[in-house]
Design a protein around this ligand. Sequence first.
Ligand SMILES: C[S@@+](CC[C@H](N)C(=O)[O-])C[C@H]1O[C@@H](n2cnc3c(N)ncnc32)[C@H](O)[C@@H]1O
Length: 392
Amino acid sequence: MGITEPGGDSIEGIAVVPPGLEAPAAEELIALGCRAVAPLRRAVRFRSDLAGYYRLHLQARLPFRLLRQLASFPCHGRDDLYDGVQRAVDWATWLPPSASFRVDVSGTAPGLNHSHYSALQVKNALVDLQRQQWGQRSSIDLEAPDISLHLHLGGGLASLSVDGSGSSLHRRGYRAAVGLAPLKENLAAGLIALTGWDGRRPLADPLCGSGTLLIEAVRMALGRAPGLGPEGARSFALERWPDAQSALWQQEVRAASALARSCLADQQPLAPVLGLEQDPAVLAQAQANAEAAGVAPWIRLSGGDCRDFIPPEQPGVLVCNPPYGERLGHSDALEGLYGDLGRMLKERCSGWDLWLLSGNPELTGALKMKASRRIPISNGGIDCRWLHYAIR
Ligand SMILES: C[S@@+](CC[C@H](N)C(=O)[O-])C[C@H]1O[C@@H](n2cnc3c(N)ncnc32)[C@H](O)[C@@H]1O
């Protein structure tokens, strides 16, 4: 594959997404202009042009990574992998010896059952080629490589890709401070997308921790692109690729910046957004994060117990990720909390929709409420459900 032309769907990509968010992630990619979008397991396949690929890095909220496939070739063992990697792309362009790289691997093929070993095969293929061509080789850099390669093995095929961001896209840069068991930012954005909240009804998280759900919700409602920080676009690996088009990148950065508003798209004000947290240190982290994310003016954070939550008059959407015993607290002590939460909601939040992330079905039973939707979600490897309750 040679250098990319800006027009045409020259990029075949894979968005790596949190398990359970494949469907909303596919919708997001379509909304951002991708074509041939197909949800897979923990991933979404798409095609786009270079401008679209740039746009995804600036505006897509759900992916961890946006991989761009360099080559796909039959792979039935070690030798196929070694030869296929050497022939995959014009490495003189993509990986001169002055550039560092790293390789990550998923999947297996015959004789390639260990990702570490498969990664070594890829590395050997590349540095052997470089030594033949230049008498020098690239160094490996696991922390900040110039080129981050991903190999996926499966179904008799190897797919070799480059990672456009270099580090996981869930790190938006606003969260210096994390409370106990925080949600990753892209997972929080995906959970909010599943609620359908559009900024017109109040939103509240009565156990808000470091505020991730509320911050992502407000950033989404006010068009704040995840790839932009207070100082402009974050740095992405794709800006240093051989086919980088800086004018096109700047055009996408300007377009993403222009989306930021202080109200909804139709000029209506954002509905009230409220957070409650019992731990003063964690509450201070939430406030610091909201400020760093540029959304503090729209989020009212207060200290207190969720049992004392007083909802605004207009019914809205409650979101929360209470402790569920895996990482925080013990199930016995938590049953009381869930029981009290259920009572408070039924007494005071009639007409609201509740979305609760649960990693423990016994605890959610203590709510004594019947969920109308149960969406399987993996939160850092813990099998969870994003549960919807219509409180009536
Ligand atoms: C799993 S964490 C929430 C993480 C949050 N979603 C984030 O991304 O940072 C649960 C939070 O509930 C808070 N909490 C526990 N019991 C509470 C209560 N009774 N009232 C209010 N907050 C409570 C804990 O201090 C903790 O910060």
